[in-house]
Design a protein around this ligand. Structure first.
Ligand code: ATP
Ligand code: MG
Length: 601
């Protein structure tokens, strides 16, 4: 689909079914009567407070046990984007109910990544940054309410017995012999579980729902377990911890979340989500209307892996240089590589939000990046594969300035100057001693323009003892300087970029390419023998990183970390935020100017 003012192949924003749900809820006034205590709380806390000024509340709830990847960016941009679009708030909540696994390093990196994507949990004077472990008191209190109301019981079966009695997809489960325990007895046991009287696994608290339910998640799911572990936030206060499926809905409800958006694998959990919140609202503990869980399909992209386990393996086994390796689909890696946060936003708009699982072509991601960077990035000149050009009729110690435009689409960004002299670096590929058909740049007898400078005529080249070209010779036409009246007096077809040898900044440049050389790393391919099992590591692209020393125009010496430019004819490059030193930046290629994969592959 393309409209007159959109280039072909530029997809319009795709559908987002969750927007439709939000708009219908707003039109119906579904959430208009909620109160908000200014912080998370129970029904009583919120009821005593004014109406909630936020029209909707969404949340991004990462478990701080790893680095965020491109898939998380979809969830972040969706949740924060909805809140922004509809007068709502989006909470950043660390889902840290699982002791032992979380680390401050992950918390910090998640905060950085969310901010880098341009999202903020500080909206309209509110700061909605939460930690689920701060709700443990409420969770334990709610569990006790469920016991007293006959909706939960302490089970003392062994783990094996519980598993055996759970049934299968085709067979109903069997009631635990402890299911008929009195509420008083369960309450006493649960209190003693909290007091630390029992070892891990001795008892477990279960919701009392239906052991014959066709949905296994409703067969008396476990809600609290004994776990003698120190928690990074609550220390040794607790030796019982809530199960994720119990904790998560409660976190949402305490925070007044209206639309609780998650990926499709949680669809089977929705009946329990609703059951639990209903029981707690009946008991007067939670405010209505209750949060609604909505599932969407996760982002899958070709040429990368987005599974936490595989990412950990790539880092641990040193196939990459760390979590922020520019080749990894982590958000720290993307930032370091020089990808644009706005590019992520454009990409996610185009991918849309649906319930259909799909695999998105990496080209769509790169095209969104190119489109944003083409608009935002100033142009600079870089010679990546330098070959010396000597202008024999240009005086040896003379230099002059050439005016260069900073951004062809934005004349208001002005011009800068680049020194021109007798010796210049040009791209080796811009000279051919014996030109192939159609070649228009430098070959003996041909004229071409040195962009922003003069027209030159190639006169020959020098070679070393192996026959390799080491320098190209030419003469210049003094009346043809770009921007002067005589500039167009001679017509040429070739145009090349250059940097003065005496002024160039020789810099380390990392040419990054895709980390994997096939679209679905590790997946079986057509013609594979039936017994063949593929390993995603075998699909690593051996040429995913190439180090070169390039000759850059002098102004690039002052590039600040993370500053990004279009290197004319080459692509988009950013000063590395880790290895750049003041006055000595090194550059990473974020993306080439054109896609070369679709064609080659
Ligand atoms: P795990 O559950 O294995 O720890 P996770 O990737 O689900 O890993 P979470 O911290 O639970 O990590 O994820 C935070 C949020 O990001 C969740 O709401 C989850 O649904 C969402 N999310 C994770 N992966 C993707 C993806 N590929 N596409 C869209 N959303 C995702
Ligand atoms: Mg998860």
């Amino acid at each position: 689909m393309s409209s007159p003012n959109q280039p072909a192949n530029t997809p319009a924003p795709a559908a987002n079914f969750i927007k439709n749900i939000v708009e219908a809820d707003l039109a119906a006034g579904k959430h208009a009567q909620r109160h908000w205590a200014g912080h998370p709380g129970t029904a009583a806390d919120h009821a005593a407070a004014p109406l909630d000024a936020a029209k909707i509340r969404t949340r991004f709830p990462p478990e701080p046990n790893g680095y965020l990847h491109f898939g998380h960016a979809k969830s972040i941009l969706l949740n924060f984007g909805l809140a922004q679009a509809y007068g709502g708030r989006c909470h950043l909540r660390f889902d840290d109910t699982n002791p032992e696994k979380e680390e401050q390093e992950y918390v910090d990196s998640i905060i950085d990544a969310v901010k880098w994507l341009g999202c903020s949990w500080e909206q309209a004077g509110e700061t909605n940054l939460y930690q689920a472990s701060n709700y443990f008191d409420w969770m334990a209190q709610f569990a006790e309410y469920l016991i007293s109301a006959g909706h939960a019981y302490v089970d003392s079966q062994s783990a094996d017995e519980m598993r055996a009695n759970r049934g299968t997809l085709t067979q109903p489960g069997k009631d635990s012999p402890f299911r008929t325990r009195s509420a008083a007895e369960s309450m006493d046991l649960f209190k003693r579980m909290q007091a630390g009287e029992f070892p891990d696994g001795a008892h477990i608290l279960r919701a009392k729902i239906d052991m014959a339910s066709p949905n296994i998640n409703l067969r008396d799911p476990a809600i609290y377990r004994i776990r003698h572990a120190t928690h990074h936030n609550t220390g040794d206060k607790w030796c019982v911890y809530p199960m994720y499926t119990f904790a998560h809905p409660i976190e949402d409800a305490l925070e007044n979340i209206t639309h609780s958006i998650c990926t499709l694998e949680f669809e089977d959990q929705r009946p329990f989500y609703d059951w639990l919140l209903e029981r707690l609202a009946e008991g007067g503990l939670l405010q209505r209307p209750l949060p609604q869980q909505i599932e969407f399909s996760r982002l899958n992209l070709t040429y990368v892996v987005l599974s936490k386990r595989k990412l950990i393996q790539l880092v641990d086994e040193k196939h990459v240089e760390g979590w922020d390796d520019p080749r990894l689909p982590t958000l720290v890696g993307a930032r370091r590589r020089g990808y644009s946060a706005d590019g992520f936003r454009l990409f996610m708009d185009r991918v849309g939000v649906t319930k259909n699982d799909s695999l998105i072509d990496y080209v769509l991601f790169e095209d969104a990046m190119r489109e944003v960077m083409n608009e935002s990035d100033q142009r600079r000149v870089a010679v990546l594969d330098p070959l010396k050009l000597i202008i024999d009729n240009y005086p040896e110690s003379q230099f002059e300035d050439c005016a260069v435009t900073n951004h062809p689409l934005h004349p208001e960004l002005g011009t800068r100057t680049m020194p021109f002299g007798r010796e210049l670096w040009i791209e080796a590929e811009d000279f051919q001693e014996v030109p192939e058909k159609g070649f228009r740049r430098l070959f003996p007898g041909n004229k071409a323009r040195l962009k922003y400078g003069y027209i030159v005529e190639c006169t020959g080249c020098d070679k070393d003892e192996n026959g390799k070209v080491v320098a190209v010779h030419c003469t210049y036409l003094p009346d043809t300087k770009s921007g002067t009246p005589g500039a167009d007096s001679v017509k040429v077809k070739g145009n090349l970029h250059w940097v003065s040898v005496a002024h160039a900044y020789p810099a380390e440049v990392r040419l990054y390419d895709r980390l994997f050389s096939v679209p679905a790393p590790g997946a079986r391919r057509e013609g594979d023998a039936p017994e063949l099992e593929r390993n995603f590591l075998d699909d690593l692209n051996p040429a995913s990183k190439t180090l070169i020393t390039a000759q850059l125009e002098p102004s690039l010496k002052d590039a600040l970390p993370e500053q990004r430019f279009q290197f004319e004819r080459h692509g988009y490059f950013a000063a590395d935020r880790v290895d750049s030193k003041a006055g000595a930046p090194v550059f990473n290629r974020a993306v080439t100017l054109k896609d070369s994969w679709g064609k080659a592959g």
